[in-house]
Design a protein around this ligand. Structure first.
Ligand code: DGY
Length: 325
């Protein structure tokens, strides 16, 4: 009997591919680049299951192109690229990769926060250019972090981890959450759940961890920037479209906010016109989960989900458990 066929839309770490190859015939996109929609649809035509990326659109047209599909595993925790309702209508299980990337992403949010607050990238460039003339009392002065107020937008797994890491800096923590209160943060850090506007007004640092949904698209827009302190620093390691990037550029240029550290962008891989020239920004290429062990664990978790989908058992991180009989 022939083995089920798994299509992997872009090369992922070997740990996951090896695990998949133990039970399945595995076909991997040979080029290290995202597939066009046409290529994706051609690739999945005879697939029993697919491992895909946040750059792949998993919608009705995708499912139409994959008539044998019994499961789809996203190699990402964010799943705004998947039409989960459509998958559910068709009885197809879909999964993501939560937990395994929580600490790596929260750590990167801190790396951005400190890099912007203490002007790390800008001053590194000064050293490399040979322009530094020696220590000076008025040079390169940045922002304090310890004792300041940290606003967490979306206190889920990653937001909670980021907030917890603030304990060493003795920060006051505010958070917003669209679901329930975060009792862990309230108990352990004395964090306070507030309305979005209060978080904007009060925070010295704001870190975005909310998923992208219709209600969070462009949550950070000109109105939000007007409410923020003009010294506040905005960090985004979640999804780019939560920020209206043209408005961010305008706010940075006008000095309405103090700076921004971004790992994600509204129209990846492009940035809004002018963003790269804005002062007090650190701009990274979507590397929140990019540590060796995290990327390996994401690949293993995706493989585990595929195994369960094809065995008819419960995938460990299924997004639509209602499809299971
Ligand atoms: C995710 O998992 O959603 C990140 O954006 C990439 O690891």
């Amino acid at each position: 009997m022939s083995r089920p066929r798994i299509f992997v839309t872009r090369r992922i770490p070997e740990a996951g591919l090896t695990r998949l190859r133990a039970s399945f015939e595995v076909v991997v996109n040979p080029d290290d680049r995202p597939l066009t929609t046409e290529e994706l649809h051609r690739g999945v035509a005879d697939a029993d299951a697919v491992v895909g990326l946040l750059t792949d659109r998993i919608d009705a047209a995708f499912f139409d192109a994959a008539p044998n599909l019994k499961g789809y595993a996203n190699y990402a925790v964010g799943y705004d690229n998947i039409d989960v309702a459509e998958a559910t209508r068709r009885g197809i299980p879909v999964s993501n990769t939560p937990d395994v990337l929580t600490m790596a992403t929260a750590e990167l949010a801190w790396a951005l926060l400190f890099a912007v607050a203490r002007r790390v990238v800008e001053t590194d460039a000064v050293m490399r250019s040979g322009a530094w003339t020696g220590w000076g009392p008025l040079q390169f002065i940045g922002a304090d972090v310890s004792g300041r107020t940290l606003g967490i937008v979306g206190a889920g797994r990653i937001g909670t981890a980021m907030a917890r890491m603030s304990a060493g800096f003795n920060m006051r923590v505010l958070y917003t959450s669209s679901s329930s209160r975060n009792e862990e943060l309230e108990r352990d850090l004395g964090a306070r759940r507030v309305e979005f506007d209060e978080l904007l007004r009060e925070s010295d640092f704001i870190s975005i961890h909310t998923p992208l949904r219709p209600s969070t698209r462009h949550l950070f827009n000109a109105d939000a920037f007007r409410l923020m302190k003009n010294t506040a620093i905005l960090i985004n390691t979640g999804r780019g479209p939560v920020i209206r990037e043209d408005d961010l550029v305008a706010a940075l240029r006008a000095g309405e906010i103090g700076g921004a550290g971004l790992d994600v962008y509204e129209m990846e891989p492009r940035m809004a016109e002018g963003l790269k020239d804005c002062p007090n920004t650190v701009l990274l290429p979507h590397i929140g989960s990019a540590t060796h062990s995290t990327r390996d664990n994401m690949a293993l978790l995706a493989a585990e989900n595929i195994e369960a989908m094809l065995a008819g058992t419960r995938p460990p991180t299924i997004l639509n458990p209602e499809v299971l009989k």
